[in-house]
Write a protein that binds this ligand. Structure first.
Ligand code: GLV
Ligand code: MN
Length: 195
């Protein structure tokens, strides 16, 4: 979903003080093979958090060689029972590939139709751009998936954090009216996310 490049590559200079739609290019004479290499997805992520999952991202911010290339990839590790909570990517379609374990992947359309599948190693599921989706480890052990994107920086709007952990907070009366619950429920949810 990113624009087409106007040159072979444009390794991002993340330290430049200005940028346009993306990042400025590092001078080509300073580009080496290492700029097209990233080792950050080789290690298991730490899943000791309330969701029991962790996303390790190879996007333009962690891997500047992706700048202008319209591509990125995440590694997502799951503890037993772990969930990657409902979220959406405003700039990208996502393809999920299971490496190990059994993972329930689901998304919901703008018409509130739910599509889902339990996947095992080697199987893939596609999440259309912008739609709310999640994954849950439904197997007996840990699980590992890789997720690929047609954007250098898909962005992730994580529904529970958007609604209950924003800075500043969404006013409680908006959330109580929206979800038809009392302040106690909203405060309890907010407290789970440390806000
Ligand atoms: C999974 O949904 C991811 O965004 O990496
Ligand atoms: Mn996603």
């Amino acid at each position: 979903a990113d624009p087409d490049p106007l040159q072979d590559f444009c390794v991002a200079d993340l330290s430049a003080s200005t940028s346009v739609n993306g990042f400025l290019c590092k001078s080509a004479s300073k580009v080496s093979s290492d700029n097209f290499f990233f080792d950050g997805l080789s290690k298991e992520g730490n899943t000791s958090n309330i969701f029991g999952s962790t996303v390790t991202a190879a996007n333009v911010l962690s891997f500047p060689g992706l700048n202008t290339l319209g591509s990125s990839i995440n590694r997502v590790d799951f503890a037993i029972g772990g969930v990657n909570p409902p979220h959406s990517h405003p700039r990208s379609t996502e393809t999920d590939l299971v490496i190990s374990g059994q993972v329930l992947v689901g998304f919901v359309t703008t018409g509130n139709v739910y599509f889902s599948k339990v996947l095992t190693a080697g199987q893939i599921f596609v999440i259309p751009r912008g739609l709310v989706h999640f994954q849950k480890n439904v197997g007996p052990g840990k699980a590992l998936i890789f997720t690929t994107f047609n954007s250098q920086l898909p962005g992730a709007a994580v529904v529970p954090l958007n609604l209950f952990a924003s800075t500043p907070s969404i006013p409680n009366d908006v959330l109580t009216k929206t979800f038809q619950v009392g302040d106690d429920v909203v405060n309890s949810i907010k407290s789970k996310f440390g806000s």
